[in-house]
Design a protein around this ligand. Sequence first.
Ligand SMILES: [Zn+2]
Length: 396
Amino acid sequence: MVRICYQNAKVFTGKNDRFEQGVDLIVDEDTGKFVTTKETIDQTIDLTGKYIMPGMINAHTHIVADPYGKIAALGSTDANAVNSTFLALENLQKLLKDGVTYIRDVGSVYGVDIELSKLEKQNRLFAPGIVASGNPLTMTGGHFNTGSYEVDGVDEVRKYARLLLKKGVDNIKLMATGGVSFNGETPDDVQLNTEEMRAAVEEAHHKGKTVCAHAQGLAGIKNAIRAGVNSVEHAVYLDDEAFEMFLKTATFIVPTLAAPWSINENSAALPDFMIQKNLEVAQSHIESIQKAAKAGVRLAMGTDAGTAFNSFEQNSSKEMELMTKAGVTNLQALQAATVNAARLLNVADKAGTIENGKLADFIVLEQNPLEDIQVLQKKKTVFKKGKKVQISDNYA
Ligand SMILES: [Zn+2]
């Protein structure tokens, strides 16, 4: 049994609202958890001048996808069980290096996220913890239909929700509207309706699991909230009634600002329909997230990693910067990536804060991200279940 004490750093535990001196972290390397100071300590590591925060949680990934489209882009017919698994294993390591120690995958194929989640829980796979959704549910011809189960009507939605739960998902992903990444639909298109989504919510909630909905247009967003989903993904167009609905139901927003940012940065390499739709949504998206943060809507960090040029290796820390540029405070961004995301993912009993008995998932930084959020993109050391990932010095 090896117990290591990391001392003298300033620590944001997720329970406090600033980096405080005098919080020593004691890690039991065998269990990979934080333990109390009463236990015997084998080794002490002095981190004077450093800043420690909980590992980041990314609530919106697609680990089976290649953002650069070389092996298998999201929804590509080139995807098969082997290359999807290969991509997922690579992408999980990239996420870890960026400081992400837990994810919610919201659209995988071949049950890759479900099976890797089990292996990670058994400590057979060194990777971020995974809340898996398996294949999303979409209407026939709906958003991401190449990688989803196509379902129509309440009974079919219920049937496939039950099938996903049988396979072992912790979350069900629904498509409430069209989107940017696929041709032939718009972000405003209403897709699964309230009654259909409510059937999935009932089935998931009966088993203590969660539901999230991809929803960009206003009507679809309201349908999803009325259906009782736990989070709305993207939330591009919001009006006053929508803000009230979010607040009243405590529904989360997962902004995924890295997705439109990535398309915009790489527009030369992308099809016209995607660039055009992206331009149409970008400004409203930023304004909606800004107003949501001001109104006190609960935010959880997510990037949509796996969409076009939306990288696993640095876009989680980039998303933190993009959120603050949209008007989210630095503290709200840190909470969105830690304590809030843990609540949304239903993993607050083991992740999201630095506390005795929880997983020793944490990041050591050179500077204070509450003063400059971009320090998350610079040199850092990441620990998952008490084990060091690596010192990332490939950042500027
Ligand atoms: Zn997505």
